[in-house]
Design a protein around this ligand. Structure first.
Ligand SMILES: Cc1ncc(COP(=O)(O)O)c(C=O)c1O
Length: 288
């Protein structure tokens, strides 16, 4: 695969950034993961808007305007002959030095890498997945604004490891007050009394592009949607739960911490939204 590194497409084996890059030294950077279907990137503009917002919050200068980054994303896909793909854009504050937390801004580093899209095993959608609520909480928003799609992912990695050790696929993180926030790489939805509930973003989690699309689809389908704080106990009274992100789409969660959610199988609302979401992606990306 060809990888876009600081404006040049190079063979993956030749793709390099400095060992002193601030992304490597400090996790000082941001990213976006997108999906291309039939050669078009689903909701490219919102992804680029979120990248610009992440950059602005952390005071990072993007190496080029978002529109030019969009062109580079398309070029990376086209030159690799990829039509159904995952694309990751990573931007860091560029080369640095160990121990120098703050320094004069240099050129940022940007890497755009694409790979064929391989969705989850269909059995995950038929049976649903198990999630765990790990002991490790979400990084407090006072420390790291959840609106930043940051490459500093250590707390997410550790939470996911804990979930995996308990046989779960994803970790659902609580905030300091014990409210449900989001997954380590996904947004959380519950269905309760026929209403779709999700914690508010960006207060409690990343404003997911999939989340936004699913909220729109639910409203179109006439489902009431409430974005509000949800205590951990809301899971026990939920009829359904699901997670959303660019690659998992709408993924049913049928068990949390070993306990069934609702009937312990993917629910009707989840199935409807998964169906409509897949249809939306196909329509927007020009296939059907
Ligand atoms: C912490 C977190 N929340 C939510 C999401 C879902 O975002 P999106 O739907 O834009 O993929 C992600 C995506 O990776 C994430 O990392």
């Amino acid at each position: 695969m060809l990888v876009h590194v600081n404006g040049r497409l190079v063979e993956e084996a030749e793709a390099r950034v400095s060992v002193f890059d601030r992304g490597f030294l400090f996790g000082d950077g941001i990213f976006e993961s997108m999906r291309a279907v039939s050669g078009s990137v689903f909701r490219l503009e919102p992804h680029l808007g979120r990248l610009r917002n992440s950059a602005s919050i952390i005071g990072l200068t993007l190496p080029s305007p978002p529109r030019a980054i969009g062109v580079a994303v398309r070029e990376t896909l086209a030159r690799n002959g990829l039509r159904d793909a995952r694309v990751r854009v990573t931007v860091t504050r560029g080369p640095g030095r160990p121990g120098e937390y703050v320094e004069a801004p240099g050129p940022s580093t940007m890497v755009i890498a694409a790979s064929p899209f391989t969705g989850l095993d269909p059995a995950f959608y038929e049976k649903g997945v198990e999630a765990a609520i790990p002991r490790r909480r979400q990084v407090p928003r006072e420390a790291l604004d959840p609106a930043i799609k940051s490459i500093s992912r250590l707390s997410a990695v550790l939470a996911r490891r804990e979930a995996r050790d308990r046989g779960a696929f994803e970790a659902i993180l609580l905030d300091g007050e014990g409210n449900l926030t989001e997954g380590t790489a996904s947004n959380l939805f519950l269905v309760q009394g026929g209403t779709l509930l999700t914690p508010p973003a960006p207060q409690e989690g990343l404003p997911g592009v999939t989340r936004e699309a699913v909220i729109g689809l639910a409203r179109e389908a006439g489902l009431p949607v409430a974005e509000r704080r949800l205590p951990e106990g809301a899971l026990a009274s939920a009829e359904e739960a699901f997670l959303t992100n660019t690659s998992w789409e709408v993924l049913p969660v049928t068990r949390v911490n070993g306990r069934a959610v609702g009937q312990g199988r993917p629910g009707r609302v989840t199935a409807l939204l998964l169906d409509r979401y897949r249809d939306l992606v196909r329509r927007e990306c020009g296939r059907g």
